[in-house]
Design a protein around this ligand. Structure first.
Ligand code: SAH
Length: 381
């Protein structure tokens, strides 16, 4: 007997192939999905519209393993965070951000897609953890199920999902795409494509691959209006410079039609990328791009070497962009009392890259993250 397959690893296509390969009819996949995702039933014996033979086969071939919650915290502002342990023993974090506006509830879930991150953006604490592998589709979907379980207590559910937790989702392409399929599938979570967003530091070839594969929304972590500045903040930029990145994003957005637009994320760091001249340069750069801009005041972590700008500076930056016609939102800091704000997600990563250990050593020696990186680059050279 082969290992059972994890139900939550399969999107509708995958599940259909799986049941068909075992000699069952194609529509059984949809029936199964309705039981599991709509009714919350994972006991095959209760699935009365399936034959006894099929139920017996399923019981032997399918499991419903989910990551285990090892820590849960709720912030003063209602933001909730879970630390979940994966099959590999590593832990990642998931954050739920509830908002109420005009009587409507929005529950945005920020999911992790990798254990740590390979990209090592200078201002992000996840990068400092090093990297230890990809999450499976089931481990991503598990995060949604865990949040929904808590929300069900108040008759609510996750309404929006952003791949803005730990990791670079487009470096875990297949698992992330399958998870996104399930999030947007009416037989599973049924969220609108406008409410499921993948966020990337700018993996150009993967954005290209998304065309025709998915119609989920796209956010790009830009953080700088020119290559010189961005090279120092997002090392990936040296491989895929801004022009190429903006071009492929525009192509993707246009491929979706229907007046879709993308999100530009811009973390503001005091004296680094928050000058008014940067705002004007950004406006020039994005002049022909269908986008809205999300400004994120930098969230500090020990030894980062960066500071959050004053609220005045943040507002001034926002004003320039708004005056130049860009819908520009300020992402208010949520959940920082439970270390759940952007760039504060660290999980517990058994680091394979030694970056974590090196970073800790340098912290002890009183060096900043930027200095640490420079030293590390020299060590590697
Ligand atoms: N790797 C993907 C997904 C991570 S999203 C990406 O880069 O888009 C997390 C978002 O928070 C990104 O926009 C990231 O740049 C931003 N961020 C990281 N560290 C931060 C910090 N310390 N303060 C504020 N925002 C931060």
């Amino acid at each position: 007997m082969s290992e059972p397959i994890n139900f939550y690893d399969l999107n509708q296509n995958g599940l259909t192939e799986f049941v068909v390969a075992a000699g069952h009819q194609k529509f059984r996949a949809k029936q199964l999905m309705k039981w599991v995702y709509h009714q919350g039933i994972t006991e095959f014996s209760a699935m009365t519209d399936l034959s006894l033979a099929m139920r017996a086969w399923l019981a032997e071939s399918v499991c419903f393993d989910l990551p285990e919650v090892v820590h849960h915290a709720v912030s003063k502002d209602g933001t909730a965070k879970w630390v979940v342990r994966l099959a590999s023993g590593n832990c990642v974090e998931t954050v739920l951000i509830p908002e109420k506006s005009e009587g409507r509830v929005r529950n945005t879930l920020c999911v992790s897609s990798q254990v740590g991150c390979m990209l090592d953006c200078t201002f992000c604490s996840t990068g400092k953890q090093g990297f230890n592998g990809n999450l499976s589709t089931a481990e991503i979907i598990g995060q949604v199920l865990i949040a929904n379980q808590m929300l069900a207590e108040r008759n609510e559910a996750v309404t929006n999902i952003v791949f803005m937790g730990m990791g670079e989702p487009l470096l875990n392409y297949e698992a992330v795409m399958a998870a996104a399929d399930l999030m947007m599938d009416d037989f599973a979570f049924g969220l609108s494509k406008r409410r499921v967003t993948v966020s990337t530091a700018g993996l150009v070839p993967a954005i290209h691959e998304m065309m025709g594969r998915t119609d989920m929304s796209l956010a790009v972590s830009l953080h700088a209006p020119n290559d010189e500045l961005r090279n120092g903040l997002v090392p990936l930029n040296r491989k895929y410079p801004i022009k190429e990145l903006i071009r492929v994003c525009s192509d993707y957005i246009e491929s979706l039609g229907e007046r879709r637009s993308m999100t530009i994320e811009y973390t503001l760091m005091d004296g680094v990328n928050d000058k008014l001249s940067h705002a004007h340069e950004l406006a020039e750069l994005l002049a022909n791009v269908r986008c809205k801009i999300n400004l994120i005041p930098f969230n500090p972590f020990p030894g980062s070497g960066f500071k959050r700008p004053s609220m005045n500076r943040v507002r001034a930056f926002q004003t320039v962009l708004m005056q130049r016609g860009f819908a520009t939102m300020l992402r208010t800091t949520r959940g920082d009392d439970i270390d759940a704000a952007c760039g504060q997600l660290v999980g517990q990563v058994q680091d394979r890259t030694q970056r974590q250990a090196r970073y800790r050593e340098h912290l002890k020696a009183g060096r900043t993250a930027a200095q640490t990186r420079r030293i590390a680059a020299k060590e590697l050279a």
